[in-house]
Design a protein around this ligand. Structure first.
Ligand SMILES: Cc1cc2nc3c(=O)[nH]c(=O)nc-3n(C[C@H](O)[C@H](O)[C@H](O)COP(=O)(O)OP(=O)(O)OC[C@H]3O[C@@H](n4cnc5c(N)ncnc54)[C@H](O)[C@@H]3O)c2cc1C
Length: 428
C-alpha cells in the first residue's frame, strides 16, 4: 500500500507527487494515458516533433521558477512581438521594441493602436511594474473589456490588438475574462519571456517526473474514502492508500470527488476548447519567426506559428512545421477545417498554401476553463470531500501552468502541514 496515491500525471499531479516524495512519503501516480504531462505533452509524427496544440511557458511564473530547472529544459524564448493580420491581409508587427528591435518599424506604423493607445500602454506597464504580478491577479476584478475602455484605450485597439493578443491566450473573443488575470499576464510578459523547451513542452513533465513511479494507462473510475483508508478503483484493479490526491482535469475531478460537498465552489467550471491543424512543408515557404495573430473579428484562425524556424531540431532537415490554431471547436470534418484554414492562410501565403501538407487535426475539448470577472471568489480549495482526499488542479487557481504547479505545491503542503506554502497568495 502506498502512503499516497496521486490520480493524474499532469503538471499539478507530478508537482504534488514530487514534493511529497522529497518529504519522505511513499507516492504512486496513476495516469490514464500512455504519456506524462496531461495537456502538456509532445509526440513524434512523420519526423516532426509536435506539441499538443500550441503552448508556451511564461518564464516569470513564480511556481515555474521554484519547481523547474530552466537551464536543463533548454528554454528557447519566443520573440516578444507578434504579426497581427488586419483587413485586406495587411500585416502589422506589434511588440516590445526593447527586446525585439526588428519589431520597431512595424510597431511605429501599426494602425491597431493609436498614439494615445501607445501612451496608455506605456502608463499601464509602468503601473504594473510597481507591484508583484500576483497583487494584480488578486486585486479588483471586472471584465477586461470594461477595464480597458475605462482606462482610455480605443475600441479599435480592443478589437485589433487586445482581442487577438489577450483574448487569443485565454480563448475569449469577447474579452469578458477577469481584468486581474489580464494585468497578471501583462505583468509577466513585461518581466520575462514566453519560452518553450528546445525538445518540446513534454520536457517540463519529464523533468518533474524524474524521481517518480508513474503507472500509466490506468484509468481511475471511483474513489471510496473511509476513516481507515481509501480504495481507488481502476481498470487494472483496486488499490489502497492512506491519502489520495485527485489531479485530473476539472470535469473528471468533479466526478471523482463529487461536487456535492462544496456546491458554492464548483470544480467543474466548464471547458473552453480549441483546434489545431499541423502542416508540414518540405522547404521553408517564408521567413517569419514571430507568432501571427488574427485580428479579424470574423476569422476562424486564432494564431499561426512556424515551428521549424525557431526550433530547427524539431523538423526534418530543410522542412518546416506550421501550426494553425482555431477559435473553439468548429463544426465540420477535418477536410472542412483544412479548406477553411487554407482559405484564410492564403491571404498571407498566396498560392504557397498548396504546398502545405496536412499532418494532423487536433480538437482539444478542455484547453482551459472560463475565467470571467469575479471567478476567483468561488474557486475550490485543496480539500476534497473527505479528510483523506485532496484536489490538485489548475482549477484551484488559474487556468495555466502556474495554476497547475501552484496547486500541486499546495495539495502537498496541505498533507505535510506546511503553512508557509499554503499561505502563499494565488499566482505567487
Ligand atoms: C492547447 C493548449 C494550450 C495551452 N496554452 C497554455 C499556455 O500557453 N500557457 C499556460 O500557462 N497554460 C496553457 N495551457 C493550459 C495548461 O496546459 C494547463 O492549465 C495545465 O497543463 C493543467 O495541468 P493540470 O495538471 O491541472 O491538468 P491536466 O494537464 O489536465 O492533467 C490531468 C491528468 O489527469 C489524467 N487523468 C484524467 N482522468 C483520469 C482518470 N480517470 N484516471 C487517471 N488519470 C486521469 C489526464 O490524462 C492528465 O494526465 C494550455 C493548454 C492547452 C491544452
Amino acid at each position: 500500500m502506498s502512503d499516497i496515491i496521486v490520480v493524474g500525471a499532469g503538471l499539478a499531479g507530478l508537482c504534488a507527487a514530487r514534493t511529497l516524495q522529497r518529504a519522505g512519503r511513499r507516492v504512486r501516480v496513476l495516469e490514464k494515458t500512455g504519456h506524462l504531462g496531461g495537456r502538456v505533452w509532445t509526440r513524434q509524427h512523420h519526423g516532426y516533433t509536435m506539441d499538443a496544440g500550441f503552448l508556451g511557458m511564461f518564464t516569470a511564473y513564480p511556481a515555474a521558477q521554484r519547481q523547474l530547472d530552466y537551464g536543463a529544459l533548454k528554454l528557447v524564448p519566443l520573440l516578444p512581438s507578434a504579426v497581427l493580420r488586419q483587413e485586406g491581409g495587411r500585416a502589422e508587427i506589434v511588440g516590445d521594441p526593447r527586446r525585439d528591435l526588428g519589431a520597431l518599424p512595424g510597431d511605429l506604423t501599426a494602425q491597431a493602436l493609436t498614439l494615445r493607445d501607445r501612451l496608455l500602454a506605456g502608463k499601464l506597464v509602468a503601473e504594473l511594474l510597481t507591484q508583484a504580478p500576483h497583487v494584480w491577479l488578486n486585486g479588483p476584478s471586472q471584465p477586461t473589456r470594461e477595464f480597458l475602455l475605462e482606462y482610455g484605450f480605443s475600441p479599435r485597439s480592443l478589437e485589433r490588438f487586445f482581442t487577438p493578443f489577450f483574448g487569443g491566450l485565454v480563448l475569449d473573443r469577447a474579452l469578458m475574462t477577469c481584468s486581474g488575470l489580464f494585468k497578471y499576464y501583462f505583468s509577466l510578459l513585461v518581466r520575462g519571456d514566453v519560452a518553450i523547451p528546445a525538445g518540446g513542452m513534454s520536457e517540463i513533465p519529464r523533468q518533474l517526473a524524474q524521481e517518480l513511479e508513474v503507472q500509466r494507462e490506468t484509468v481511475v473510475s471511483r474513489i471510496d474514502a473511509r476513516e481507515e483508508g481509501v480504495t481507488v478503483h481502476t481498470d487494472q484493479g483496486s488499490l489502497q492508500a492512506g491519502t489520495v490526491i485527485v489531479a485530473t482535469d476539472p470535469p473528471t475531478a468533479a466526478r471523482l470527488l463529487g461536487e456535492g460537498h462544496a456546491p458554492a465552489r464548483p470544480i467543474d467550471r466548464g471547458s473552453l476548447g480549441s483546434t489545431y491543424l499541423h502542416y508540414g512543408v518540405d522547404r521553408r515557404l517564408e521567413r517569419q519567426p514571430r507568432l501571427r495573430l488574427n485580428a479579424l473579428p470574423d476569422g476562424h484562425l486564432n494564431q499561426v506559428f512556424w515551428t521549424g524556424q525557431v526550433f530547427p531540431g524539431r523538423v526534418p532537415a530543410g522542412h518546416d512545421l506550421l501550426i494553425a490554431s482555431l477559435w473553439g471547436i468548429p463544426d465540420g470534418t477535418d477536410t472542412d477545417l483544412d479548406t477553411r484554414t487554407r482559405a484564410e492562410l492564403r491571404v498571407w501565403l498566396g498560392d504557397r498554401v498548396n504546398q502545405l501538407n496536412l499532418l494532423h487535426v487536433e480538437r482539444i475539448r478542455h484547453t482551459q476553463y472560463p475565467q470571467p470577472a469575479g471567478y476567483a471568489r468561488t474557486l475550490p480549495g485543496q480539500a476534497g470531500s473527505h479528510p483523506r482526499l485532496y484536489l490538485a488542479s489548475e482549477v484551484t487557481s488559474l487556468s495555466g501552468i502556474q495554476g497547475a504547479l501552484e496547486s500541486g505545491e499546495k495539495a502537498a503542503a496541505a498533507i505535510l502541514g506546511d503553512v508557509q506554502v499554503l499561505s502563499r497568495p494565488r499566482g505567487a
